[in-house]
Design a binder for this molecule. Structure first.
Ligand code: MRU
Length: 344
């Protein structure tokens, strides 16, 4: 069975609780947008496209929760819910994208009932489109990979980071479905272990060959010729081709350059931020306890100072190509990224 990360069911939001993986595949059901906000904040759901759609579902719940009878009153309730949902995680641009789309739909409606109906329908449509976009992206990207490639990935950019199918792992799935035999090497992705807990889980679940390595073995695997290509997802891509993704992506890209290994990024157009510059981007800093222990076990002395950024920036000169549903952008990125957007 293909994993479906988040879904709208009977006026509630159902999602896989990713904090429980890989030990149990458990679903949680929410009827309050504050619960969805907590779920995003606490990584019950994570991954840029998944939190984009979850934000949209959260706003749809808010529309149903409000008792407002007038359009203006409901819009102001939604604006407040949007703020709470938006502040959960600052780096992945898909969250703002999902929330803005729903507010546009709400503002266009003529009365409160129409808002409720339209935002629910639109959020459901966004979820379905996410899967279709990933499948198209997968097909586009599969042309870059060959039979018997061993592909390294970092973090989880799979079905669990999206509504289904995945971005980077979607490309791997499509490559496999096109008849090519591929193997995946996944980094454990300290400190939250999205690689070992989530990517290893979902690839094993789907019967795709996967080998787990510690983050510290990236250089070793490259130097020993164990990796042919690399593919990762993204939380935000600027018009210049600067890519924000899970902490550790930058050092993998540098090592790939040293070993002459192609480094690809796969992301939908909703992950592009065409307005901001690197100095505008907030890198989420997470709690020290993620680094000072593993589960309940302490692995660092009490009171130690910690820096725990969730994301880093990989500059365009380290990137071989950016795979999207509208094609593959190649360097120089300013021009090729602009060409991905239909209006330009
Ligand atoms: O902190 P997370 O788990 O939300 O970080 C996720 C990532 O960095 C993914 O690589 C990114 O969102 C792309 S997901 C298709």
């Amino acid at each position: 069975m293909v994993l479906r990360t988040v879904e709208w069911k009977d006026n509630s939001v159902v999602m896989i609780d990713q904090t429980k993986l890989p030990n149990t595949l458990e679903y949680v059901t929410y009827t309050d947008y504050n619960q969805v906000a907590d779920a995003i904040r606490n990584l019950v759901i994570r991954g840029a496209p998944a939190i984009g759609v979850s934000g949209a579902f959260g706003l749809a719940l808010a529309a149903l929760q409000s008792n407002a009878t007038e359009k203006e009153e409901l819009i102001s309730y939604l604006e407040n819910a949007k703020k709470i949902l938006f502040e959960t995680r600052p780096t992945a641009v898909n969250l703002a994208w999902g929330l803005d789309k729903i507010m546009q739909v709400a503002n266009k409606a003529t009365n409160a009932d129409e808002i409720r109906n339209n935002v629910v329908e639109y959020a459901k449509k966004m979820a379905e489109e996410d899967i279709q976009i990933n499948m198209t992206m997968g097909k586009n990207g599969s042309k870059l990979f060959n039979d018997n490639d061993t592909i390294m990935t970092h973090c989880n950019a799979g079905a669990l980071a999206t509504v289904g199918y995945g971005t980077a792992l979607g490309v791997i799935r499509a490559t496999k479905d096109s008849g090519k035999n591929v193997k995946v090497i996944v980094t454990e992705t300290r400190p939250v272990q999205q690689g070992s807990r989530l990517t290893a889980f979902e690839l094993k679940h789907d019967g795709i060959d996967v080998i787990l390595i510690p983050d510290t073995a990236v250089g070793y695997t490259m130097a020993n010729g164990l990796v042919n290509k690399i593919i990762v997802g993204a939380d935000r891509i600027l018009r210049t081709g600067h890519v924000y993704n899970k902490i550790g992506t930058y050092q993998i890209a540098i090592m790939a350059k040293q070993h002459d290994i192609s480094f690809y990024v796969a992301a939908p157009l909703s992950t592009f931020d065409m307005k901001s510059n690197p100095e505008d981007i907030i890198i989420e800093q997470r709690k020290a306890s993620e680094v000072t222990g593993i589960g309940d076990k302490k692995t660092a002395p009490d009171g130690i100072d910690v820096i725990n950024p969730a994301f880093d920036l990989t500059p365009p000169e380290l990137i071989s190509g950016i795979i999207t549903e509208n094609g593959i952008a190649k360097p120089p990125f300013e021009k090729s990224i602009r060409q991905l957007f239909p209006a330009n």
